[in-house]
Design a binder for this molecule. Sequence first.
Ligand SMILES: *[C@@H]1O[C@H](CO)[C@@H](O)[C@H](O)[C@H]1NC(C)=O
Ligand SMILES: *[C@@H]1O[C@H](CO)[C@@H](O)[C@H](O)[C@H]1NC(C)=O
Ligand SMILES: *[C@@H]1O[C@H](CO)[C@@H](O)[C@H](O)[C@H]1NC(C)=O
Ligand SMILES: *[C@@H]1O[C@H](CO)[C@@H](O)[C@H](O)[C@H]1NC(C)=O
Ligand SMILES: *[C@@H]1O[C@H](CO)[C@@H](O)[C@H](O)[C@H]1NC(C)=O
Ligand SMILES: *[C@@H]1O[C@H](CO)[C@@H](O)[C@H](O)[C@H]1NC(C)=O
Length: 644
Amino acid sequence: MFLMGSGGQIGWSPSKLLSTTKLKTISLVQLIPVFFFFASAVVAQNVGAPVAVRIACGSSENSYSNRTNLVWLKDFGYMGGSSASIPEGTSMIAPQLNTLRYFQYSDGAENCYNISVPIGRYLMRFFFTFGEVDNSNTEPQFDVSLEGTLTFPLQPGWSSYYDQAYPDALVYVDDGAATACFHSSGHGNPAVVSLEILQINELAYELGYPWTLYVILKTVKRVSCNALETGYGIDLDADPWGGDRFWGSDIDLNKGASTPLKTTAHITNCCGAPNFYPEVLYQSAATTGVGENLYYSFQVEPNQNYSIWLHFAEISPNITQKGQRIFQILVNDQPLFMGVDIVGYSGGPFTAIVLNKTIFVEGRTLTLTLKPVQGGILINGFEIYQLVPMEYTTVKSQVWALQALKDSLGVPSRLGWNGDPCVPQEHPWIGVDCGYDFTGNAWFLAGLSLSHQGLKGHIAEDISYLPSLQSINMSSNSLSGAIPSQLGNLSNLEILDISFNKLNGSIPGSLGNLTHLQELYLNGNQLKGEVPVALLSGPIHGASFNFSDNSGLCGIPGLSSCGILSSGSKVGLAVGTTLGALILVVCILAIRQRRYNIARAKRSHDAPFARSRLSSTPEVQLQKLAITDYIKSPHLEHTPQLLQ
Ligand SMILES: *[C@@H]1O[C@H](CO)[C@@H](O)[C@H](O)[C@H]1NC(C)=O
Ligand SMILES: *[C@@H]1O[C@H](CO)[C@@H](O)[C@H](O)[C@H]1NC(C)=O
Ligand SMILES: *[C@@H]1O[C@H](CO)[C@@H](O)[C@H](O)[C@H]1NC(C)=O
Ligand SMILES: *[C@@H]1O[C@H](CO)[C@@H](O)[C@H](O)[C@H]1NC(C)=O
Ligand SMILES: *[C@@H]1O[C@H](CO)[C@@H](O)[C@H](O)[C@H]1NC(C)=O
Ligand SMILES: *[C@@H]1O[C@H](CO)[C@@H](O)[C@H](O)[C@H]1NC(C)=O
C-alpha cells in the first residue's frame, strides 16, 4: 500500500504524493499503478485524506463537535471497563462528549484499546479526566502505554495541567493496529474520555541519523510565540496531515522581556510536506531589542533525549537582508545552533525555515536561550519532544496463543491479560514470566504461574505455540478435560505442575519428548490408564514426580499395576522394580551432584533477576534482563543490553 522511498525509508502514502509538489523526481507514470492499487485496497478512505479515528470513550452513539463538525465515533475497540458520565463541556476538543470509560480493579491492571489502522505514523492524543460516578473525585494515577511502550506516566496532580490532561505523541504503527493500554497503579480507576488516532505524513518529524522510526515522540511543548490564535490544527486552517496538533501560546511562559510582532502577510515555504505547519504559526513572533536574550524554561524528565524544532520567518519590516539579525541558540548553556541568520537561511523575509536537533538533557530543566550576535531575537514557534525508545514486543504467535489460553483456561479479568504480555516491562501480565531473545529481538514466554487462580476451563492445544516455556504451574485450579498431547511439543519444559485439578483421560505419551523435565506433578486429578513407557524410560529419570491421587493410573512403582499379571511376572516386576528403583536412585544422585555444581557456578555470575538455567538451548537465549538495567540501557537502535 505504500511506496518505498529512497534510502530505505518507509514510503509516502501515494495519495499524499499526488498532492505534494516536492517530489518532482517521481513521474506520473510510476504513480498511476500504485495509486489504483491504493484506491482499491482502501475503498472507504477519501483519497488524499489521512486516516482519522476519533473515539468518544464510553459513548453509545456517534456525535459531532459543534466547533469543527468532526465525527466522534461511539466507543469501540476496547477490551473491558465500564462507562460513566461526565458533565458536557468538560472536553475542550469536543465539548459535546459526556461520557468516559473507566477500568475498575476487577477489570484487571491492564486495559487496552486496539484499533485497526494501516501501517504508518500517527499522532495519538487522549483526554483524561475523572468522573464523579467512578472515582468519587479522586484523581486516579495510572500509566499509559502506546504500542507496548510506556509513554505517559500520569504523575499526581496531572489533572491540573492542560498538557497532561491532553497528552499526545507521534507513534509509528507497524502491525496494523494502534494499541493504547491503561495500567492501573491501584490508586483510583484509570479513566479516559477520548482517544484520537490521526495519521501524519510518513516522513513527518524525521530526525535523521542515528534515530530510527522506533522512537515515540512525546510532546513536551508546542508553542506559537505571541500567538494570534491558539488551538488545534483545524482551528488554524492547517492541513489535516498535520495531525490536528495543538498550538499553545507562550503568553504565560516565563521568557524574559519580549515584544510581540504580528503580520497578516503571506508566508512562503511554510506549510507543505512532511510536517504541514499552519501559516499562522509564522505570522506572529516574540522579539527582543538589540542585544537582549530571550529564553524559555521547562521542567522535563531527566536523562532523556529531546528533539527540538524551531520555527522562524522574518516578519519584521526592518530586516530584509541577511546579516541584519544573527543569534545563537543554546540549550542549558550548550550550543544548539550558532550564527543563525533567518533571512540568510530562508532566502528572504516572510519565508519560513525550520531547524531541528536532538539532544540529551541530564537535569530536570530544559532551558532554551536565544542570544543575539547582531540585532535582536526573533522566534515564531518551537516544539519540544521527548524521545521514548519503543520497546520490542512479544513474539506475535505467542501473544495469539496466550489469547486462546486466556479463553480456554478462563483466566479471570483481574489478572489483566490485555495488550502485550511482556511489555511495557513495568507492567507485565500477572502470571506470566518473560524472557528476551537477543537474536530475534523479541520477548517470549518462559513461564506460566497460574496456581490457585480459580481457573475453570481446559488446557487448549494452542499451548504448543509457546515452545519457549520452561515452567508451567497451574496447580490447584479446577481445570477439566484431557492433558493435551501438544504439551509434548514444549521441548524446553523443565517444570510441569498441573496437580490438584480435575483433569481426566490418560497421560499423553508425547510427554516422553520432554527431555529437560525436572519436576512433573500430575497428582490430585482424575487421570486413568498406564503411565506412558516413553515417559518412564526418558524424562522421569532424575526428575521429581508425583502421580498419586488419580482415578486409576498404573504402571509405575507405588501405583497399581496395569491389568492382571501372573505371579511369575509379578516376581519379575518386583525384581525389575527394585532394580529400576536402584538405578533411579543412582541416577538421581549423579544428576543432583552435577546440578549442584552448575547451580553453584551460575549463582556467582547471575544477576539478581536472571533466571538460572541448568541446560542451555543454543537457538534462544533464555536469560532474563534486569528490568531497571534494561530501561536505562541505550535502546534506540534496538540493541538492548544483556544484563551482566
Ligand atoms: C488488535 O487488532 C488486530 C487487528 O485488528 C488483531 O490482529 C489483534 O489480534 C488485536 N489484538 C488484540 C489483543 O485483540
Ligand atoms: C532535521 O534535522 C536532521 C539532522 O540535521 C535533518 O537531516 C532533517 O532533514 C531535518 N528535518 C527537517 C524536516 O528539517
Ligand atoms: C506451584 O505453585 C504453588 C503455589 O505457589 C507452589 O506451592 C508449588 O510448589 C509450585 N509448584 C512447583 C513445581 O514449583
Ligand atoms: C507438535 O509435535 C508433533 C509431533 O510430536 C508435530 O506433528 C506437530 O506439528 C507439533 N506442533 C507444533 C505446533 O509444533
Ligand atoms: C473428561 O471430562 C469431561 C468433562 O469435564 C468429559 O466431557 C469427558 O468425556 C471426560 N473424558 C474422559 C476420557 O473421561
Ligand atoms: C539518547 O541518545 C543516545 C544516542 O543517540 C543513546 O545512546 C541513548 O541511549 C539515548 N538515551 C535515552 C535515555 O534514550
